[in-house]
Design a protein around this ligand. Structure first.
Ligand code: HEC
Length: 94
């Protein structure tokens, strides 16, 4: 292989690599539609009941919900968007 064409293949590979990293980054930040369309109440009903009864929003104050939700976000492996919506719902209904 001539030196020139090898250089070309290498730079093409680099460009393609950078492009795919970009695509992954952009998609990684996109909220899946299934989550985007769900309300906090829905997410609360579907997720928090997996391990125990979905807790009544009235159980805790806003501050207490902040702490409990952060704790449960880790247990339930929820995304930021999901837990933010759930928290907003809990605080609006307590
Ligand atoms: C993966 C299982 C799991 C899921 C999903 C889960 N929880 Fe829990 N939750 C637990 C366990 C286990 C405890 C008790 C032990 C502990 O606190 O670590 C608990 C305790 C709690 C408590 C008591 C106070 C506290 O912070 O410990 C609250 C409030 C609570 N969960 C709210 C929620 C809410 C709201 C959701 C939905 C966002 C949720 N949980 C989803 C497992 C889960």
């Amino acid at each position: 292989m001539k030196k020139k064409s090898r250089t070309r293949i290498i730079s093409l590979t680099v460009i393609m690599g950078i492009t795919s990293i970009f695509i992954v980054m952009i998609n990684g930040c996109k909220v899946p539609e299934s989550i985007a369309n769900k309300s906090g109440a829905q997410l609360w009903g579907e997720n928090c009941i997996r391990c125990h009864n979905s807790p009544d929003p009235k159980t805790y104050s806003d501050d207490q919900w902040d702490a409990a939700a952060e704790h449960m976000r880790q247990k339930a492996i929820l995304t930021d968007v999901e837990i933010t919506k759930i928290k907003a719902f809990l605080k609006s209904a307590n």
